[in-house]
Write a protein of this length. Structure first.
Length: 91
């Protein structure tokens, strides 16, 4: 009879503690999920910084190209006129 009483008692304890154990297990999984999300967020932040730096570098390069084009346009026009004038003088 004592064995049966012990089994019944353990069964009752198991039934009472099972929800708490399940909640503890789920909270552990939830914590793991939060950590993974935080890790992804940090990676995204690093990628964002890298993309911003790349965008800034492209903007600076573009500004340099625009400046060079502005400076070269008069020279190219002048060179074209000189060549045209030289061809006309040969004819």
């Amino acid at each position: 009879m004592k064995t049966l009483d012990i089994r019944v008692a353990f069964s009752a304890v198991d039934r009472l503690t099972r929800p708490a154990e399940n909640a503890r297990r789920l909270m552990g999984q939830f914590g793991d999920s939060i950590q993974r999300t935080q890790g992804r967020s940090k990676i995204s932040s690093v990628r964002r910084v890298h993309l911003e730096r790349a965008r800034d570098a492209v903007s600076k390069a573009d500004a340099g190209i625009v400046k060079a084009r502005r400076q070269l346009t008069p020279l190219i026009s002048y060179n074209a006129r000189v060549q045209c004038s030289a061809k006309n003088n040969k004819s």
